[in-house]
Design a protein. Sequence first.
Length: 347
Amino acid sequence: MIRLAIIGTGGMANGHADSFKAIKGCELAACCDIVPGRAKAFAEKHGIPKAYTDAGKMLKKERLDGISIVTIDKAHAPIALLAIKYGLRVMCEKPLADNLRDARRMAEAARARKLITAVNFSYRNCPATQMAAKIAASGKLGRIMHVEGSYLQGWLVGKAWHKNEGLLWRLSTRHGSAGVLGDIGVHLFDFASFIVGDIAALQCELKTFNKGLKRIGPYVFDANDSMAAIVRFNNGALGTLHSSRWATGHANTVALRVYGNKGGLDINLDRPAPETLRICVGQDVDTNTWWPVKCPPVPDMYRRFIDAIKSGKQGQTSFEGGARVQAYLDASLKSSANGGKLVKIKN
Ligand SMILES: NC(=O)c1ccc[n+]([C@@H]2O[C@H](COP(=O)([O-])OP(=O)(O)OC[C@H]3O[C@@H](n4cnc5c(N)ncnc54)[C@H](O)[C@@H]3O)[C@@H](O)[C@H]2O)c1
């Protein structure tokens, strides 16, 4: 039995608890949240025997095989580094850290101890994402030339976010948020690079629009809420990736189009299967005809993490990969601060 603890028991932690509880051979032994009473209520809701308010105390006291970090972004690094010291396997929410230096320290610490790690890049859970990556890697599209990707949300246009603490910290750099870039741009960078390949260089502009209010309580609205990037992939492809919280009518739309010299693929996670993924290849390129692709079920990130712990073989995501995506975020921030200058990614 793999004994896990969840650290950070806010909104997303419910998804972690439900997913881990559904996996045979895995048990939730404890949970922790710094807000008094929150972990206790979470423990009662999910049938977890122990609840703590201090991650350090929990790690010292509990006999665990691994942890899942679901705290706000700036708490990821200190908790992961501590857990690694205890020799624990760690799954961490995205972004891996709130800065590149910490992300690299986390990857290096896990590598030095040869520990299994995972980052919850959850759009890889979709069968169409895994199939799109396979199709792109198979050469069916030929040499990839052009890529266009977007991740759109529209919640800033309404008013409901004013009363939602789970959204307010996402607008505030002092709460460790790197804005739309760090919250959902991070998914887009992983999504695009998982399907197309690693990014060599990028230019980016980040914008923080006026929201009518400058702050609510401790949350100062200084984090970016729109990003537009021009990216160059290692394989020579050119692309645009953009993301915004001002995209009216979009609750959560992740989409990517990949064009090669033999065909294209078009994935939009809002479209129900089998239309989620479409391809246009072979003779169909002459008539611009797109066909849906049937995609078999795939294991989600939680199952991949548990499977990796059991087998001792690192799974599809890792702190190393999370740190690479963090380098794209870091490059985006640097580029934007320098008027959209091209920034090369150091791997
Ligand atoms: N993979 C995904 O699709 C996805 C979706 C949503 C959120 N997330 C990520 O999950 C994380 C949590 O997001 P959320 O929406 O649940 O936010 P949330 O604000 O609802 O929950 C965060 C929780 O962390 C707790 N916390 C903060 N510092 C802590 C510490 N040092 N020790 C213990 N607990 C601490 C807070 O008290 C809060 O309860 C973020 O990193 C976010 O980016 C990922």
